[in-house]
Design a protein around this ligand. Structure first.
Ligand code: NAD
Ligand code: TDX
Length: 339
């Protein structure tokens, strides 16, 4: 089996490429990635010399290139993860989110249709459902009510992928997962950002009252679910993937301070994110009952392992945070603390 993973140099994509190489050693994994600020080849350094992993630098929106890659490597299935993925960035500049997430996905779908791809796995997000109140869970039939430019671009691409199934008969499966955490996450998202700041003795910027809730999913549990959805999911279906670990942001920030041995005086409440969703929580009954998936990691152990990994892998995050990204980060970080 030959599989194309898009966005394989990002956080989830790189974990997925490695997971596939371990779990399905006879598969060829072709990794198409544009190497934006969030994509890093160093993350895949341990695959150097592995002839079953092929890296192609390119844009998912480049239909000619994508069709060439699909045919050249006789790709059977596509796992589509490439995206602009950060909500805060989508508030500052929505355009590239529409470009990559919506138009790029449509071009990839079109190329996949032309090449006769047997299965297209669209990696979407629970953010397409918008925000929950204090109770209840997102199910696959919850209304689609995205709040941010990021989540609306993901909702669009998710629905366009389903339209390619309904209209053109393409074999499409959509997954919608909750917040991932683990190794190699870019230090702009909550857990790695707070960890890196704590290690630098810098203030930890908590948005609003810190009571927003996310449902945390270990990236390896997510990879396992994606492989199951690829191999056993039913065409045209949506599967929610959630870690069953609802936590308030402030609890996580306190946990990171404890694990790094830093004082709570580093916590700084800052202006809230515009349109900030209050709570996400997933009902994973469908994927559990149909595909037999359950998460293996507990959040407390997973968080401890993740924080330890950032402590031990300073070189990795110092490198990925250098250059153009550093400039963006410093400007945004200062603006947030000043607000
Ligand atoms: P990430 O930002 O870490 O990585 C994205 C990758 O996509 C990078 O390697 C980047 O270079 C690549 N990329 C961006 N634009 C591209 C383009 N036009 N063509 C080719 N490659 C391009 O993202 P992530 O956190 O690993 O998320 C992966 C996917 O999972 C995304 O689709 C995201 O929406 C979805 N998702 C993520 C989370 C999460 O908690 N991280 C939760 C739910 C869903
Ligand atoms: O500095 C911060 N301070 C803060 O309080 C940051 C970066 C975040 N937060 C809060 C906002 C959210 O309530 O932490 C929570 C998590 O924020 P992010 O890590 O930015 O993730 P989120 O906005 O929930 O979106 C993530 O999960 C769903 C991913 O970035 C998306 O790609 C995914 O679809």
């Amino acid at each position: 089996m030959n599989v194309l993973v898009t966005g394989g140099c990002g956080f989830i994509g790189s974990n997925l490429v490695k997971y596939l190489r371990r779990q399905r050693p006879d598969w060829k994994v072709v990794n198409l990635d544009k190497l934006t600020y969030a994509g890093n080849l160093e993350t895949l350094a341990d695959l150097e010399g592995d002839s079953q992993h092929v890296f192609v630098r390119g844009d998912v929106g480049n239909r000619e290139l994508v069709e060439f890659v699909l045919r050249q490597h006789r790709i059977d299935a596509v796992m589509h993860l490439a995206a602009e993925s950060h909500v805060d960035r989508s508030i500052l500049g929505p355009e590239v989110f529409i470009q990559t997430n919506v138009l790029g996905t449509q071009q990839l779908l079109e190329a996949s249709k032309a090449a006769g791809i047997k299965r297209f796995l669209m990696v979407s997000t629970d953010e397409v459902y918008g925000s929950l109140g204090p109770t209840g869970y997102f199910t696959e039939t919850s209304p689609i009510q995205p709040s941010s430019p990021y989540s609306s671009s993901k909702a669009s691409s998710d629905l366009v992928a389903l339209a390619y199934h309904h209209t053109f008969g393409m074999d499409v499966v959509v997954t919608r997962c909750s917040n991932n955490y683990g190794r190699y996450q870019f230090p702009e998202k909550l857990i790695p950002l707070m960890t890196v700041n704590a290690l630098h003795d810098r203030p930890l910027p908590v948005y609003g009252d810190g009571q927003n809730v996310r449902d945390w999913l270990h990236v390896e549990d997510h990879c396992q679910a994606l492989l199951l959805a690829l191999e056993k999911g039913r065409a045209g279906e949506v599967y929610n993937i959630g870690g069953g670990a609802e936590r308030r942001n402030i609890e996580i920030v306190r946990g990171i301070l404890q694990l790094t041995g830093k004082p709570e005086t580093l916590i700084k409440y800052v202006q809230d994110r515009p349109g900030h969703d209050r709570r996400y929580a997933i009902d994973p009954a469908k994927i559990r009952e149909e595909l037999g998936w359950t998460p293996a990691h507990t959040f407390e152990q997973g968080l401890e392992d993740t924080v330890r990994w950032y402590v031990d892998n300073r070189t990795w995050w110092e490198r990925v945070m250098s250059g153009a990204y550093r400039q963006y980060f410093e400007t945004q970080y200062k603006a947030r603390l000043a607000a």
